[in-house]
Design a binder for this molecule. Structure first.
Ligand code: ITT
Ligand code: MG
Length: 200
């Protein structure tokens, strides 16, 4: 059976990938299946650079086709922050602390100015392909004033969808995948990767 690795240690991302990116043809693994895999330093200055670093580190280690996701939240009132630093915004990868910091930085900002977007860049690297496949998805919303909902991960409880009158943490994983930045990027990948990949 062919194998594809998703170069992530984030259980929320892993779940979203596994839900929509699967097939009879290959098995999907993530870094959660390899807990000893060392921390990859995300030293790039863009989502694409960081996703490329992650995809290549994992592809080289396993010699298998590998997809990495680098993603984050860009808040307009914060000039695009936390952006590529979204995971480490309040220190060390703590969702609750990140959300608290975001609320405090946006204190006093009125709802109409709390616009933001989620961005996901996926890089697919393969030992037999010279060039990576790169896709990007974006999704716009508002930053609420109170966390709401228990589903999703990261900033989802603060990411408000005005059309649905719900946060991203109050919709199902399938609904999220239908509309989200990552869901859109995965759709683009699905349209392209079979024509791109050289399995052997
Ligand atoms: O690098 P990997 O191992 O994939 O896991 P990570 O959590 O560190 O992932 P990133 O470096 O791409 O950082 C992305 C951060 O942006 C936030 N984020 C990304 N996608 C999100 C989503 O769909 N919902 C909520 N927050 C999201 C969340 O805080 C993530 O930790
Ligand atoms: Mg990371």
């Amino acid at each position: 059976m062919k194998e594809i690795i998703i170069a992530t240690k984030n259980p929320g991302k892993a779940r979203e990938f596994k839900r929509v990116f699967n097939d009879q043809e290959f098995t999907l693994k993530t870094l959660l299946d390899f807990p000893d895999f060392p921390e990859i330093r995300e030293t790039g200055t863009t989502f694409e650079e960081n996703a490329t670093i992650k995809a290549h580190a994992v592809m080289q280690r396993f010699n298998l086709p590998t997809i990495a996701d680098d993603s984050g939240l860009e808040v307009d009132a914060l000039y695009g922050r936390p952006g590529i630093l979204s995971a480490r915004y309040a220190g060390d990868h703590n969702d609750a602390a990140n959300n608290a910091k975001l609320l405090s930085e946006l204190g006093g900002v009125p709802m109409e100015k709390r616009t933001a977007q989620f961005v996901s860049t996926l890089v697919f690297a393969n030992p037999n392909n010279e060039k990576d496949l790169v896709v990007r998805g974006e999704f716009k919303g508002l930053i609420g004033t109170l966390p709401q909902g228990d589903d999703g991960f990261g900033y989802d409880p603060l990411f408000y969808l005005p059309e649905l009158k719900k946060t991203m943490a109050e919709i199902s994983i399938d609904q999220k995948n239908q509309i989200s930045h990552r869901g859109q990027a995965i759709k683009k990948l699905e349209q392209q990767w079979r024509d791109w990949i050289n399995w052997y």
